[in-house]
Design a protein around this ligand. Structure first.
Ligand code: ATP
Length: 328
C-alpha cells in the first residue's frame, strides 16, 4: 500500500476534450468518498505554478457531467518545461498540502507529469483526455467518441449539399498525427477517399480514383486528416484541382467544433471509469502511470509507454476501408 494520500489535486491540461468535466467530477466525488480532500487546480500546470487552487466539494461538480470543455480551464505552460518553474509548482503543492495528483490530458501532459513526479517523488496518475485517441494503454481516449460523432454529422450535412450540386468536397477533420477520426468518420460518412497521416498520399493515384467512376455524379466526399503528408484539405484540394478539373470543388474545415459540445454517453462513462480508477490507483500505490480501459478492464500503463507506443490504427480498419473501395 502507498503512504496514505490525504489531499488529491486534479487538473486538465493541453487541448480540451468533451468529457473532461465528467472526469473531474469522478475524481472529486471518488476522492471524497474515500475520505480524501479534493482540490481543483486551475489552468493546468500554469495554474500549479501560480497556486490557483480551490477546494472541491460534492456540489462543486454538480451539473457538469453533460458539459463540454473543462470547468478547471486548461492551458499550455511553457514555464513548466523549466526545472525552476517546476520547483515553484512543487512548493505551491507542498504549501497547499496536496500529496497526490490526477492529470487529465494528452501525451504532453503525461510527459510533464512523468518528469515532475520523478523529480519530486510525487504520486501522479493520468487519464487520457484528448480527442486524438493516440495514447497507448487505453482503447479510447476521453472526447474521441464525441469528436468522431461531430465529424460524422458534419460529413452527413455536407453530403446533402454536395449531392444537390454534384460537387466534390474535401472535408478536413482533426488529427495532426493520428487518423482515427478521419478513418472512422470517413467510413461512417461513406467517404470516397480518406487521407490519413499514417499512410502516404499519392495525389495522382487519388485523381485516378476520383476519375475512375468511383465518384458518382451525385455526391463525393474526400475526408482529409489535418496532418496528412500532402497537407490539409485546402492544400490537397488545390493539388487535385491543378491536374483534375472535372468537378466543382469545395473545401470544408470542420475545425474546433470537434472539440466542443456535450460529451456522448460513451465518453461520460469512460471519463467516469478512468476518473474513479485514477483515484483508486493513487490510493493503492499506483504512480507515474495512466488509468485506461482496455477490453473493458481498468489498466494502468506507465506514462513512458502510454506516450511512446502510440496506438496504431488497426489493420482491420484499413482493410475495411479498402474493401469498400475507399481510397486510403
Ligand atoms: P493535446 O494532445 O490535446 O495536445 P497535450 O497534453 O499533449 O494535449 P501539450 O500542449 O503537448 O498538450 O502539453 C500540455 C502541457 O504539458 C504543456 O503545455 C507543458 O506545460 C507540459 N509539458 C509537455 N511536455 C513537457 C516536458 N517535456 N516537460 C515538462 N512539461 C511538459
Amino acid at each position: 500500500m502507498a503512504a496514505s494520500i490525504k489531499k488529491i489535486g486534479v487538473l486538465t491540461s493541453g487541448g480540451d476534450s468533451p468529457g473532461m468535466n465528467a472526469c473531474i467530477r469522478a475524481v472529486v466525488r471518488s476522492a471524497l468518498a474515500n475520505g480524501c480532500e479534493a482540490v481543483g487546480i486551475q489552468s493546468g500546470y500554469e495554474g500549479m505554478i501560480e497556486g490557483l487552487f480551490r477546494p472541491m466539494l460534492h456540489h462543486d461538480v454538480s451539473n457538469i457531467i453533460q458539459r463540454g470543455g473543462t470547468i478547471l480551464k486548461t492551458a499550455r505552460s511553457p514555464r513548466f518545461h523549466q526545472p525552476e518553474w517546476r520547483a515553484v509548482a512543487h512548493a505551491k503543492l507542498v504549501e497547499a498540502g496536496i500529496d497526490g495528483l490526477v492529470v487529465i490530458g494528452g501525451d504532453g501532459t503525461f510527459t510533464g507529469a512523468k518528469i515532475f513526479g520523478e523529480e519530486y517523488d510525487l504520486p501522479i496518475v493520468g487519464t487520457a483526455g484528448t480527442i486524438d485517441n493516440d495514447l497507448y494503454g487505453t482503447d479510447y481516449t476521453i472526447g474521441y467518441d464525441t469528436a468522431l460523432n461531430t465529424a460524422m454529422e458534419a460529413i452527413d450535412k455536407i453530403r446533402d449539399t454536395a449531392a444537390s450540386h454534384n460537387r466534390l468536397f474535401f472535408v478536413e477533420v482533426m488529427g495532426r498525427d493520428a487518423g482515427f477520426i478521419a478513418i472512422n468518420a470517413g467510413i461512417a460518412g461513406g467517404a470516397e477517399a480518406i487521407l490519413i497521416p499514417e499512410s502516404k498520399t499519392d495525389v495522382d493515384a487519388l485523381i485516378r480514383h476520383l476519375d475512375n467512376g468511383h465518384v458518382t455524379h451525385s455526391s463525393s466526399i474526400v475526408v482529409v486528416a489535418e496532418g496528412d503528408d500532402q497537407g490539409g484539405a485546402m492544400e490537397v484540394a488545390q493539388k487535385v484541382k491543378e491536374k483534375f478539373n472535372k468537378y466543382d470543388t469545395r473545401v470544408t474545415i470542420i475545425g474546433h467544433i470537434q472539440r466542443g459540445g456535450a460529451p456522448s454517453c460513451a465518453d461520460r462513462v469512460l471519463a467516469t471509469r478512468v476518473g474513479v480508477g485514477a483515484v483508486k490507483g493513487l490510493l493503492q500505490g499506483e504512480r507515474g502511470c495512466m488509468a485506461g480501459i482496455q477490453n473493458m478492464d481498468l489498466v494502468f500503463t506507465p506514462f513512458e509507454q502510454a506516450i511512446k507506443h502510440n496506438q496504431d490504427i488497426s489493420p482491420a480498419m484499413l482493410d475495411l476501408a479498402r474493401s469498400l473501395n475507399c481510397f486510403l
